[in-house]
Ligand binder design. Structure first.
Ligand code: HEM
Length: 362
């Protein structure tokens, strides 16, 4: 029996038609959404990172500074956090904590009581040996959706959930991401189109010694974290994944990173989950983290770009063949944010970092 991805308490009379192909639509394979406590009205996802000229420069100091704050005995430590890294197209190594809190109030209490807030605000450009960045999202539940192909391994925000839904109806067709967002029942969620300026306009800086910049949030910015985990795959499935999907995925992520201006993507990082101690990417888990000017731009990229089409088609064939025996785990979290639900701050980062390209002279 299928259920709606939108929990009952967030359902309302639609003023905007769903994309669901028909009322009795049966998706070709099962998928699930996280169920959060009914009283949860929002959550917080933070990307807190350090940027080094190269991986060899990462000496562990930034990580231990951030770890100290994230594990501080003060109340309101994150409900969950983990480490990930990416070498970007300038050759810089970016190491980030991805941390989740169940509410803005919990995040703000941590910011204050852990000492992180005071430390962050006191960070002086001239003392920085490398860049730092802070990207924080405060989605309300109406503007947040998740999709998982399995129920046994929580990822990200699922660590704060009550559990997983049963099989949901709204997936397996283009536009289903939008249908799973409660706000889309009554709101077109239109963003403001990125312009060429947004990709060229950052205050000039290169690595260390750059600038400290706060970026304003964008109307209906669409954020996706789309994860892959092949740890428990059988040898055949692992081979299938690593030979047929992973290389195509890398091409797709490189395209968004290097040519995002063509499709409304401000930033894309294809990140590897790393071991917190060795900083090695030996976890068989990756994710794409991308920021789009509009959910429509994200929809278009995934249904039109040959890389995602190839992965999507491959996954469908794969899931049809293996049914409930698929052991490759994929999930995503998507949010569409009001300007005040976004924080972007960059200290001594190069001008291609995150949303920094959109900086404007005030
Ligand atoms: C949807 C596969 C990576 C963006 C989907 C769907 C599949 C899929 C099967 C349809 C899900 C459903 O509705 O049942 C994959 C696989 C990936 C991957 C196997 C990696 C191996 C990514 C990445 C991004 C992305 C990295 C973006 C950063 C999307 C979006 C949708 C989607 C936005 C929703 C489309 C819509 O509902 O209109 N993907 N994907 N995917 N994927 Fe991916």
């Amino acid at each position: 029996m299928l259920e709606s991805a939108i929990p009952e308490h967030l359902r309302c009379t639609r003023t905007r038609a769903a994309r669901l192909p028909s009322a009795g639509f049966q998706p070709p394979y099962p998928s699930y959404s996280v169920r959060f406590p009914k009283h949860a009205s929002e959550l917080v996802m933070a990307i807190i990172g350090a940027q080094y000229p190269s991986a060899a420069d990462a000496d562990g100091a930034a990580q231990s500074t951030l770890s100290g704050f994230l594990t501080s005995p003060a109340n309101n430590s994150p409900s969950f956090f983990e480490w990930a890294s990416v070498t970007d197209n300038r050759g810089c190594y970016n190491l980030s904590a991805l941390a989740y809190w169940p509410s803005k109030a919990a995040y703000e209490a941590w910011f204050e009581h852990s000492g992180f807030g005071a430390w962050w605000q006191a960070l002086r450009l001239e003392d920085c040996q490398h860049g730092w960045f802070l990207e924080i999202f405060f989605p309300v539940m109406e503007r947040f959706e998740t999709l998982f192909n399995t129920t046994n391994t929580p990822e990200g925000s699922a660590h704060m959930g009550d559990g997983m839904s049963g099989e949901v109806q709204e997936h397996g067709y283009w536009g289903s991401m939008r249908d799973r967002l409660p706000a889309s029942q009554t709101d077109g969620l239109t963003g403001s189109p990125a312009t060429a300026q947004d990709f060229n306009n950052a205050p000039q800086s290169s690595g260390t010694g750059g600038v400290r910049v706060k970026i304003k949030g964008k109307k209906n910015l669409a954020v996706i974290r789309s994860g892959q985990d092949w740890l428990d795959t059988s040898p055949e499935e692992r081979q299938l994944y690593l030979e047929t999907m992973h290389p195509v995925l890398i091409k797709g992520m490189d395209f968004l990173r290097d040519h995002g201006d063509e499709v409304g993507c401000y930033s894309c990082r294809f990140m590897e989950i790393i071991d917190p101690v060795t900083r090695k990417a030996d976890k068989d888990r990756t994710f794409g983290l991308a920021y789009f000017d509009d959910i429509g731009s994200l929809e278009r990229w995934c249904k039109e770009h040959p890389t995602h089409l190839a992965i999507f088609g491959g996954f469908h064939r794969y899931a049809r063949k293996l049914g409930n025996n698929v052991t490759l785990r994929v999930f995503h979290e998507v949010m569409v944010l009001e300007p005040e639900q976004q924080v972007f701050e960059y200290v001594a980062c190069h001008n291609g970092t995150g949303m920094l390209g959109t900086a404007r002279e005030e």
